[in-house]
Design a protein around this ligand. Structure first.
Ligand SMILES: C[S@@+](CC[C@H](N)C(=O)[O-])C[C@H]1O[C@@H](n2cnc3c(N)ncnc32)[C@H](O)[C@@H]1O
Length: 398
């Protein structure tokens, strides 16, 4: 049957209506006219596949990536960068609007919309190296990823020679193009260190959590600070947009603030909040906390402390009057206990940084009785994917 794609959904798929029922049509763009077959009928929605493109939308551009049709990682590469920005802006605004919250965020564009990622995670299945095709365990074999930086792309061809049959490979790098390779595999590997060192700036290789060669960390420099980042510690994947995000956090810190930074990773936001009187960061990964402590020391910041703990458990144990709380949780967002604990601290201000607007809205709804949204910013941290980074600042009403 023939339908016109009405808009995009939150995962970057086209939406059409069939007998008034919402129908998700992957691989379509707002404005396409397509012939479809419904392949799944649920109570409230259909999923369809395209049989024929009858008229292509004016929004369409030719994707730069040769794996676009199979990979599913950068679903927005078939529209212009400007259109991806409008999509993200509307996606976040609409998610809030559906919950009766009006926001008018500014959006920070990515200065490097391609070749920005400093980390990729590849799967290896039966010697085939690549990404999982979306929602499947089929491998899309790749030789480059155009949203990853050049040093990572150079490394992909090298790890293909390691003779990994099954497992995973994470390649991380910094702005100096230094490379850290992290492998999980029980196969007998064939790694020629001298050859690799001739090709790339290899800093280290970690295999099954043991250092096989060199160091098990990278050092990154963003704005004024250096960060040690262990192989298993989180770091923002886009250093260009992270730099802008860190400055935004800094701008919102005053010299009499006592700041709690939950989910602090290697201490990035805590260190950028150093203008405060005192900062305490909480993080669950041991190496990340050790990095954070080290990072405070090498950057000569002495008003910041770090605690190794689960944010859900830590807050109730901290006997301190925090007037500002920063939270930057994983995609799953905050637990109800964390939210209750933050509410009981009763801070003047909460800076919520989120990589999933759906869980962000869910959590903000639990703060909204007591707090107003004073600022909202979207950061295009993950260009050409449907993911967005959002910062919401909440100010206590009374
Ligand atoms: C999105 S990252 C943010 C890290 C840091 N704010 C940054 O910008 O680099 C989330 C961090 O939360 C940590 N984390 C996950 N669950 C946690 C928990 N229950 N308690 C404390 N930290 C947790 C992860 O290890 C990760 O470092």
């Amino acid at each position: 049957m023939q339908v016109t794609i009405d808009r995009f959904d939150d995962l970057g798929r086209g939406i059409a209506y069939v007998n008034h029922k919402i129908t998700f049509v992957p691989s379509t763009v707002h404005g396409d006219i397509v012939d479809i077959t419904i392949i799944k009928e649920a109570k409230k929605y259909n999923i369809a596949k395209v049989d024929k493109y009858l008229k292509l939308s004016n929004m369409r551009v030719i994707p730069r990536c040769s794996y676009f049709d199979t990979c599913g990682g950068c679903v927005l590469q078939n529209i212009s960068y400007e259109d991806t920005i409008n999509y993200k802006l509307n996606k976040v605004k609409n998610l809030f609007k559906k919950n009766n919250i009006d926001i008018n965020p500014k959006i920070i564009k990515n200065p490097h919309p391609f070749n920005y990622r400093n980390k990729i995670s590849l799967k290896v299945v039966d010697k085939r190296i690549g990404f999982y095709e979306e929602n499947t365990h089929n491998i899309v074999e790749i030789s480059k990823c155009i949203i990853a930086n050049d040093a990572i792309n150079k490394t992909i061809s090298l790890v293909k020679k390691f003779n990994i049959i099954n497992g995973s490979i994470t390649i991380r790098s910094n702005k100096n193009d230094e490379i850290l390779i992290v492998i999980e595999s029980s196969d007998l590997l064939n790694i020629d260190i001298n050859y690799i060192k001739d090709q790339i700036k290899l800093v280290g290789i970690v295999i099954n959590n043991e250092t096989f060669y060199g160091d098990n960390f990278l050092i990154e420099n963003i704005n004024d600070y250096f960060y040690k980042i262990s192989y298993d510690a989180f770091f923002q994947v886009n250093p260009y947009v992270a730099s802008i995000l860190f400055n935004e956090v800094s701008k919102n810190i005053n010299n009499n603030d006592i700041v709690l930074d939950l989910y602090c990773g290697v201490g990035t936001l805590s260190l950028n909040a150093k203008g405060a009187k005192e900062v305490i960061g909480v993080e669950i990964i041991k190496n990340a906390v050790l990095n954070a402590i080290f990072n405070a020391r090498i950057n000569k910041i002495d008003n910041v402390k770090f605690i190794l703990n689960d944010s859900t458990k830590a807050v109730s144990k901290l006997n301190k009057k925090f007037n500002k709380v920063i939270v930057d949780p994983p995609r799953s967002g905050l637990t109800k206990t964390v939210i209750e604990n933050i509410l009981s601290i009763n801070p003047d201000e909460i800076i919520y940084i989120s990589c999933d607007p759906a869980t962000l809205v869910r959590d903000i709804l639990l703060f909204i009785d007591k707090y107003n949204i004073s600022e909202s910013i979207i950061f295009d941290m993950f260009s050409y994917t449907y993911h967005v980074e959002t910062m919401i600042i909440l100010k206590r009403k009374f």
